[in-house]
Design a protein around this ligand. Structure first.
Ligand code: SF4
Length: 467
């Protein structure tokens, strides 16, 4: 996962981009970067670590410009090193161009091979680099070269592209990753989540649509067109389950609202097994709103039974297994007085490998919990993601290897319930009409785009160094 932002027509471009990136920090904690242009020569500052550490007052003072794009990174493709930190800035026949990308390009291996045969030299290991080559080789204005380049790509990509004072926002034709458009005074903003637009004082206008390219300059939308259009979009449903901020909008309602609904549906699904439960509690933070919805619907008291240490990053978002485990150990502490002797409904967003869930359940047992009913606000994850979420390969997904009863025993709980896919889709859909506009491949194994053998091999290779 990554977060991107772009802003134009403002002297505060670097500061606003940095503030927006802080709002998007949950989408990637490994590296951050900002490209600034429009007054001084285009320049990019990138580094490993958190936005607030990289972009202090001193650094921001030196970044003069009226347009900026920014990126926070979490590795899903290529290594977690400075060389792969974005935005990527190049000089080519079109001048200086910079790109920030969220997603995974699934035909990256084939395009890289094709470009290598033509003599292209690669200095990064990230899939985004192929886009820079395609941009440099295409002919026309910045919007046209963007369209001609991304027409050759498959998979997931939301993009912010900067050339001088011109900002381009683009989204893949399936709309896997989000990208919103907003306005602040006489400036336009694009951002991965609406919260990043609103937090910096802007007004969210709308989503950039799947397949749409928008060209913005001097506070005006110069062009808006579709490089490709599909009848059915495939927005990642996991954005609403886990990744997006609760105050961000998805399909016209807040993610919080969708998560609350997931909890309500879970309570209905579990009405026969939770009759005597004493409390419902979330695994913080991502289980919070589902647990609230569950509590309201079931009438079971909501309690915060875990103390979360906010100075430790999200365990899922760390790149290596050893870091994941260490982070999980540090971040949650059960409150004994809340859980001792209680029959608990514990709500989390999902189970991936199962190791973190098992550890958390162990904490509760040690703290004296009498019975634990474990409920997840999404279906079981049985297939890897090729569109920019770092789920492991099938062999490491617990639900792909064990039945629900086997998982229940492994986790050591009295009952284990997953939200049904139908209920998840209904909770996430506009007006709860249940219309499927989502990618749900990690729950079904049915990918909305073709996954080539090369992409499969590439994912295995990546997992070999990151696990
Ligand atoms: S496979 Fe799962 S995580 Fe990946 S885009 Fe589809 S729904 Fe999202």
């Amino acid at each position: 996962m990554c977060g991107i932002i772009g802003i134009e027509n403002t002297k505060n471009a670097a500061v606003l981009a940095a503030a927006g990136l802080v709002t998007l920090q949950h989408r990637g904690e490994e590296s951050a970067g900002i490209t600034i242009s429009g007054i001084d020569k285009m320049r990019t500052v990138r580094s490993m670590g958190l936005v607030s550490k990289i972009f202090n007052e001193e650094t921001l003072k030196t970044m003069r410009g009226c347009a900026a794009i920014g990126h926070v990174r979490y590795t899903t493709s290529a290594k977690s090193t400075l060389v792969n930190a974005q935005p990527f800035q190049i000089s080519c026949m079109h001048g200086r161009i910079s790109v920030a990308h969220n997603g995974n390009i699934t035909n990256f291996p084939q395009i890289k091979k094709m470009l290598s045969k033509r003599g292209a030299i690669f200095s990064h290991t990230s899939d985004t680099e192929i886009l820079l080559h395609l941009l440099a080789m295409a002919k026309g204005d910045i919007a046209k070269i963007t369209a001609d380049s991304i027409r050759q790509l498959d998979g997931a990509f939301s993009l912010a592209v900067l050339r001088d004072k011109t900002l381009i926002g683009a989204r893949d034709k399936d709309g896997f990753r989000p990208l919103g458009l907003g306005k602040i005074g006489n400036s336009y903003i694009i951002a991965s989540e609406s919260a990043a637009i609103e937090v910096i004082g802007g007004e969210y206008i709308r989503d950039i649509e799947p397949g749409e390219i928008i060209e913005i300059e001097n506070g005006k939308i110069k062009k808006s067109f579709f490089y490709a259009k599909k009848q059915k979009q495939n927005t990642c449903i996991f954005e609403q389950v886990y990744f997006s901020r609760p105050d961000s909008l998805a399909f016209g309602k807040t993610v919080k609202e969708a998560r609350t609904k997931m909890g309500e549906f879970l309570a209905h699904q579990m009405k026969d097994i939770i009759k005597k439960a004493d409390i419902v509690m979330p695994v913080p933070d991502s289980g919070f709103y589902a647990a609230q919805g569950f509590s309201r619907t079931s009438g079971i008291i909501f309690e915060m039974g875990f103390m979360r240490n906010h100075y430790v990053g999200r365990s899922f978002i760390k790149p290596s297994q050893s870091l994941r485990e260490l982070t999980a150990k540090l971040k949650l502490f059960p409150i004994k007085e809340v859980v001792r002797g209680k029959e608990i409904v514990l709500i989390d967003d999902s189970i991936v490998r199962g190791t973190t869930s098992k550890r958390i359940i162990g904490y509760l047992r040690k703290a004296g919990a009498k019975k634990i009913h474990f409920a997840l606000s999404c279906p079981s994850i049985i297939a890897p993601c090729y569109y920019g979420i770092d789920t492991p390969m099938r062999d490491n997904l617990i639900a792909a290897q064990k039945s629900i009863e086997e998982m229940r025993k492994y986790l050591g709980v009295e009952s284990l319930t997953f939200l049904s896919l139908k209920n998840l889709i209904t909770a996430c859909s506009i007006n709860n009409c249940g219309k499927n506009t989502f990618c749900t491949a990690c729950f079904t194994g049915k990918y909305p785009t073709k996954i080539s053998k090369e992409s499969f091999k590439k994912k295995i290779k990546e997992k070999n160094y990151s696990v």
